[in-house]
Design a binder for this molecule. Structure first.
Ligand code: KIV
Ligand code: NA
Length: 275
């Protein structure tokens, strides 16, 4: 299996790292079979597969439930699991316990935390305890209320400076990688050039060391609206709608099931059973 060393080598050799989210057995299995470098069990699962309107309601138990299914589907792919809203803010002890539960119960290879330099002490402690940490800066959906919505981050000099500072401190604290979400491409490239560990971008242009997308966005599966930075490669909504409508109409028309999908029996077996 690929490790943090593999990803650091890929950064050095300018080989792009591909990451895709997965939330269950089939999404993980198809991601692994197609050859993604890393899987993210994102707390985006709250919106994408649980139907919440933000990631705020997602719990540690939710992450563990989905993380376990993902590892069963992708046992050989480096898998990162998100620490959800408020699971790493109440106290360091509670954060350590939650991260440990996620790693022990799901088999995750690393955890991801949204936030900047304020997390440095926790990142050090997790790393010392043996839990690799991926950082996540820029647009951090768990704090969308504080940010004032889902907007591009780092557009002013002050914001850009803060992002650069956060990336530096995360590097020093020992993260194995940093996700940059919704950051102008040139700024993401600058941060990438100054980061020892690989950056993984989403809505951050092509200059990052890797890219991550949400599985259901890539495939247009259950999602209606796509952000500017998503380039879908399939339309499962259309395929699924067509399949279900065809099923309904074939049943109504008694075209399904036909002999091909039916079990036969010799008539004499049934002779006289109803008198
Ligand atoms: O939860 C998620 O899917 C994420 C990615 C968008 C980076 O955190
Ligand atoms: Na997330």
């Amino acid at each position: 299996m690929k490790t943090r060393r593999t990803f650091e080598k890929m950064k050095q050799e300018n080989e792009k790292i591909t990451m895709l989210t997965a939330y269950d057995y089939p999404s993980a299995k198809t991601a692994e079979n197609a050859g993604v470098d890393m899987i993210l069990v994102g707390d985006s699962l709250g919106m994408v597969v649980l139907g919440y309107d933000s990631t705020i309601p997602v719990t540690v138990d939710d992450m563990i439930h989905h993380g376990k299914a993902v590892k069963r589907g992708a046992p050989n792919t480096f898998t990162v699991v998100d620490l959800p809203f408020m699971s790493f803010h109440v106290s360091e002890a509670e954060a350590m316990r939650n991260a440990a539960r996620i790693v022990q119960e799901t088999g995750a290879d690393a955890v991801k935390l949204e936030g900047g330099q304020e997390l440095a002490p926790l990142i050090r402690k997790l790393t010392q305890a043996g839990i690799p940490v991926v950082g996540h800066i820029g647009l951090t959906p768990q704090t969308f209320q504080v940010l004032g919505g889902y907007r591009v981050q780092g557009k002013t000099t002050e914001e850009a400076r803060r992002l650069i500072e956060n990336a530096d401190v995360l590097n020093e604290a020992g993260v194995i990688s940093i996700v940059l979400e919704c950051v102008p491409a040139k700024l993401a490239t600058l941060i990438t050039e100054n980061s020892n560990v690989p950056t993984i971008g989403i809505g951050a242009g092509s200059g990052t060391d890797g890219q991550v997308l949400v599985y259901h966005d890539l495939l247009q599966y259950g999602v209606e609206r796509l952000a500017k930075f998503v380039k879908p490669q399939a339309n499962l909504n259309e395929s699924i709608d067509h399949a279900i409508r065809t099923y309904i109409s074939e049943v109504k028309a008694t075209d399904f099931p036909s002999d091909e999908h039916t079990y036969a029996i010799n008539d004499d077996v049934l002779d006289g059973l109803y008198g």
